[in-house]
Design a protein around this ligand. Structure first.
Ligand code: DHB
Ligand code: FE
Length: 324
């Protein structure tokens, strides 16, 4: 038998108490947001007649996600990262700050503090025997087409198995992670290896939830970027390599038409010899346009907990109650 109790004064009073609305201490924004969140969930339980078994199964799944530190992996799959991007795009539009290369999601696998190189460098440690050599090059320009010298181009990507250093303990420290400072022509050029697509671990609670939705947990081969320079809006973006079965079917919804880039393969001996390589290689070119801003706040990446970044800052943020 279906009963509905959500709209009764008893339940509404109870929600106010649970969210601490009758308490002087605590954080007002946290109370408002928790009150709204709990109200929506209570209403859902009523509307869908959620059984105790279903509720406790959900709790168990949340525990498993937390135990595996997988909320950051699940969030892109549930579209939250892309939704936040859509909001930032709309804010840029409203402020007259649209333009330049489009942003797309950061993902959960950035690590701060990668080695810095000037103009050129190498990102891979040479130990991935399945990794085909990739030359990744491009130019950073402003929206009028002028080169931006001295821009910081942070790049990170997966190896030939789809794993990221730091999170994959079999890889050397900062493998496939570099911070490149552009040369006087705004150019960067790094030797690396072609990344493979990434898949959520098949037995993970993240995949378990995606299975319930009838969805895969695959991403196409992709390369992440942070690009910054004084006087320009910080850009978080990534490129998806063309021709991957998942290029336009990304479980994390990061694909944007302008960010799909081909990897051009060279097999002729002359090209190989000119690069001083001993086998075929691919070239990937990604030019970046930055929008101008005088607002110092917009010149830096937004704050969020990240591996090896501001460990002190993070600890105080987590301990505080200012942010939900
Ligand atoms: C996920 C993994 C990535 O490499 C990425 O770029 C975005 C999301 C994930 O596991 O959710
Ligand atoms: Fe990624």
């Amino acid at each position: 038998m279906t009963v509905k109790i959500f709209d009764t004064p008893e339940v509404q009073d109870f929600l106010n108490t649970v969210a601490g609305l009758d308490q002087d201490s605590g954080n007002e924004r946290a109370k408002q947001i928790l009150h709204r969140l709990l109200s929506d969930l209570y209403r859902l339980i009523d509307d869908y007649d959620v059984t105790p078994e279903e509720f406790w199964n959900a709790v168990s799944l949340l525990n498993a996600l937390g135990h595996g530190t997988q909320f950051g992996l699940l969030a892109p799959g549930l579209g939250f990262d892309h939704y936040l991007d859509m909001r930032m795009d709309a804010q840029d539009e409203a402020r007259g700050l649209a333009g330049g290369t489009p942003r797309t999601i950061e993902g959960p696998l950035y690590v701060a503090g990668a080695p810095e190189v000037h103009g050129r460098g190498r990102m891979d440690d040479g130990r991935d025997s399945d990794g085909e050599t990739m030359w990744l090059t491009g130019q950073v320009r402003d929206t009028d087409g002028n080169p931006v010298a001295g821009a910081k181009v942070e790049v990170w990507h997966a190896n030939s198995k789809g794993g990221y250093s730091f999170f994959d303990p079999t890889q050397s420290e900062y493998n496939l992670r570099r911070s490149i400072i552009t040369d006087s022509q705004g150019r960067y050029a790094v030797r690396s290896i072609i990344p493979s697509g990434y898949g959520c671990p098949p037995d993970s609670p993240t995949q378990q939830l995606l299975d319930l939705l009838g969805r895969h947990g695959q991403r196409p081969a992709h390369i992440h970027y942070f690009i910054s320079a004084p006087g320009y809006k910080h850009l978080t973006t990534q490129i998806n390599l063309a021709g991957d079965p998942y290029t336009f079917d990304d479980f994390a919804y990061a694909t944007r038409e302008e960010l799909v880039v081909p990897a051009n393969r060279f097999e002729d001996q002359d090209a190989i010899a000119r690069r001083e390589l001993d086998g075929p290689f691919s070239e990937v070119t990604f030019d970046i346009e930055l929008a101008r801003t005088d607002d110092p706040e917009l010149q830096h990446r937004h704050k969020r907990p990240r591996a090896k970044e501001d460990e002190q800052d993070q600890a105080s943020q987590l301990a505080g109650t200012a942010k939900v």
